[in-house]
Design a protein around this ligand. Sequence first.
Ligand code: ZN
Length: 425
Amino acid sequence: MYEKKTKTFRKLSKSALCLMGLSLVTVGVSINLNNDVIRIIPLNASNSLLPSFTANELFVARSPVLEVFEMPDYEYTIQSGDNLSQIFTKLNIPYKNLLSLMETDLNHLRIDTLQPGDILRFWIHDTAKNLNKLELEFNIASKVIYQRLDDGTYKFSDVDILGSWVQTVSVGNIEGSFSISAHKAGLSYNDINTITNLLKDKIDFSQDLRAGDRFEIVRAEQTVNGEFSGQSEIQSIRIEQRGTPITAYLHTDGNYYDNRGNSLQRAFQRYPTLSKKRISSEFNPMRKHPVTGRVSPHNGIDFAVPIGTPVVSTGDGVIIIVQNHPYAGKYIVVDHGNQFRTRYLHNSKILVKKGQHVTRGQPIALSGNSGRVTGPHIHYELLIRGRAVNPMTANIPMSISVPRNEIMTFEKSVAAYDQKMFVKR
Ligand SMILES: [Zn+2]
């Protein structure tokens, strides 16, 4: 679509790249040290190989907001081992722009979630060389935009395309491990993780399943303009272990239950501490900045605690991010599977490593005052499907079964899912 001129830059030495510890998340992709280059692609709108559609059509396809579509000056696809400050240096974007971006991102922490394959788009001011706009594209349905304002700060916006969700049924027999068999049947490793995590109390996936045991899984996949975004959701599971079915069903409250309506998820606790603590700042997505008057959301809850207070994981999960951020300080993100994540900011000491499994109530850090704070506290966030919610009032798995007044609705959807799974037999 765009004319691509590939410029090859040599990578800076590793020590020069670690400014502020902004190294991007790297996944299980091997880094080729012999081919230690990054490629930045300038996009030239005036070139002959322009898109076959007009800018207007492009805008209609991608964004519901009425604005003039402007081509980015640069587009770059994140590769394993990349570092944001290094990319900014290559593009001669002032360091103060990066700091200002990080300040805005304190409330969202999306920059630290960048993975190889994600796309960055840069709009740069012609004369001042300031970064006017930065877009991060995580997949075709999800991107975020940082737009520079007159005072040099950035405004954050989240562009999520709903697309359509297509239901699919995957069936298969166990041959080798569950993970291999399920992958063969078309499930992603993310889906497989969700399943094994949900049923870990019911099935020992390394021991209990035998060749010939059967599984049936209903899931929904997101598409945007006919293209899969990579986002999916497990809706029901039936695994037959030598004739005995083990089941899970997603209820309208976002939680999973077995066919009798008993919760499959271990409960969360409300407080990220061993005992109740005083709240010093409430959750407030519309909080106004006292000086600028602009909306500066408070996406979590602050607990006033002395430095060194144990910070505990509020649910079972896996540590997915351990990071030192100029404004959020030493922070941790825990993935609880099934669309729940929690974040713990401003710690003095981290007690866990990336990839580590943790259980509810397990100390994961000692509180502190790292990052930009006015005093020591724990800033705690709960995200459901990527959205920050009030951790004190959100609907999180705390009960052990489907509420009595919802049982009829639940039974109806169980019957509907069962029909879908059995049809495939
Ligand atoms: Zn806070």
